[in-house]
Write a protein that binds this ligand. Structure first.
Ligand SMILES: [Cu+2]
Length: 110
């Protein structure tokens, strides 16, 4: 893909928080999920990529309480974990290693 096209797509994403891609990447870096809030369309595949130097995980639920909708297991530095969202709704999640600081939410719409 030409560089200018990629950068315009990137700018569109930044300027439109309601964008609903069918693939989404959430980066884990410096003990944080980036972005923390993701809006996606149903059946979107979300990939969490650990670019940090520590292991993290992605556990569905709030305030360190799993709701058993998904759980990644440990994602080592440099590794990734993929989950497809096939139902609409709000999916809060956290990292069980650092629950006091690492949390996010994926909102899935039709
Ligand atoms: Cu963590």
């Amino acid at each position: 893909m030409p560089a200018f096209l990629f950068s315009s797509l990137f700018l569109n994403c930044k300027n439109n928080p309601k964008i609903t891609p069918t693939e989404m990447i959430i980066t884990i870096d410096t003990v944080a999920f980036v972005p923390e809030t993701a809006h996606v369309k149903i059946n979107t595949t979300v990939t969490w990529i650990n670019k940090d130097q520590f292991s993290h995980d992605v556990i569905s639920g709030k305030e360190d309480k799993s709701d058993n909708r998904f759980a990644s297991g440990y994602i080592e530095p440099g590794a990734k974990w993929i989950h497809r969202f096939d139902s609409t709704g709000s999916y809060p999640y956290f990292c069980s290693v650092h629950p006091w600081i690492m949390h996010g939410v994926v909102t899935v719409t039709k």
